[in-house]
Design a protein around this ligand. Sequence first.
Ligand code: PLP
Length: 441
Amino acid sequence: MTNEQKTQELAALDKAHFIHPTSPIKQQQEHGPSFIFTEGKGVYLKDTNGNKVIDGMSSLWNVNAGHGRKELAEAASEQMKTLAFTSSFSTFSNEPAIRLAAKIADLSPGELSAVFFTSGGSEANDTAYKLARHYWILKGKPEKKKIISRNNSYHGVAMGATSATGLKPFRDFTNSLAPDFYFANSQSAASFRHLVEQEGPETIAAFIAEPIQGAGGVHPAPENYFKEIRQICDEYGILFIADEVITGFGRTGTMFGMEQEGAEPDMMCFAKGVTSGYAPLGGVVLSKKMHNDFKKLSDGVLLHGYTYSGHPMSCAVALENIEIIEKEGLQENAAIRGKELTQGFKAVQARRNTIGEVRGKGLMVGLEIVKDQGSQEKFPTKQAPFLIAEAAKRGLICRSVVFGEQDALVFAPPLCITKEEVEKVIEIMEDCIVALEEQVL
Ligand code: PLP
């Protein structure tokens, strides 16, 4: 069978049987899957047609250590051969889960010190909401149940996570959501204070935020925002949850995004980069204070847990992955390469007229597309989808973000990206911007 025949056969089966998550069904039915990947190495992915492309998104912001890491495959294989699965319910335990919990506690900022494992980020966030509410029940304040999130945020697709997601199209996808979720303006701590005072602090359990909004278009918080949030939470007895599902494990240039914000959360959710995507895993790290309170006040069974909480294979992969991140200094590389990527894009912005803004931190970078840099006027039709198609033709995968007024491209390549590969990304993007300007200006 030729590559072409194989691609056609797989595309037909894909169309008939594979419902893709977060994908346009009509486009899939018309054109088939846009790529069928077969292998990966470093920042590169290869498809069934033999095309080699730069994975400028680390797939879903998660392949932090890069593709094709044999050590991770070996860690998984060794663990599966020894002990593929055992439960963590009923106080049963296993060595990789214990060692990973201790390792994450050690790496986490400040007083964060005890880990609850999940299978991914949505479950981590739902766990944080439930643990926050359970905490207040144990503390004799059961009326504290509201969760405040932010506009333009993304927290996943489980029912709680969707209900906390500020990007309205995700909430509108379904016609009934979980109650008691509220939204503050993501760019102003004063808006959070106002909402707390309006709703009544005695009814509020927790606040949740991404250190840098990812799916919402790569938006860092304003200077001192999280310091003010921490103060307001302390003033009113509100738990502060950091959603580090994207920003954790080196992406922003430090091990966790919050380290650069001067504020310590009470709970920190993680997933994605903890295993670099080689195995599904997520979790929540609790502060020593919360953990101690649970130890003191909880008499019965902690009635929350997933079959795969503390999965031995996923935990073994995570331990090996964290060792790679530390040994190779991937968070430092993210800081250095992130600066180069941002500066490179700013140089393109200076040469061309259609990049309105370059924003981000570490290897999370966003470009806002405008019709005219001077006036910041937007195109009447969003151009980011055209640009990602042009980038794919030239061997680069990136993502478009067109929620609300945005017409943006986002980039989050693997943290092992080299200087030369960063230059290649910039060169391809400049070609795409030139193509856009030739077509529409
Ligand atoms: N939180 C954030 C900030 C995310 O970006 C995501 C996924 O992109 C999630 C939570 C949900 O994680 P998962 O898709 O593993 O459930």
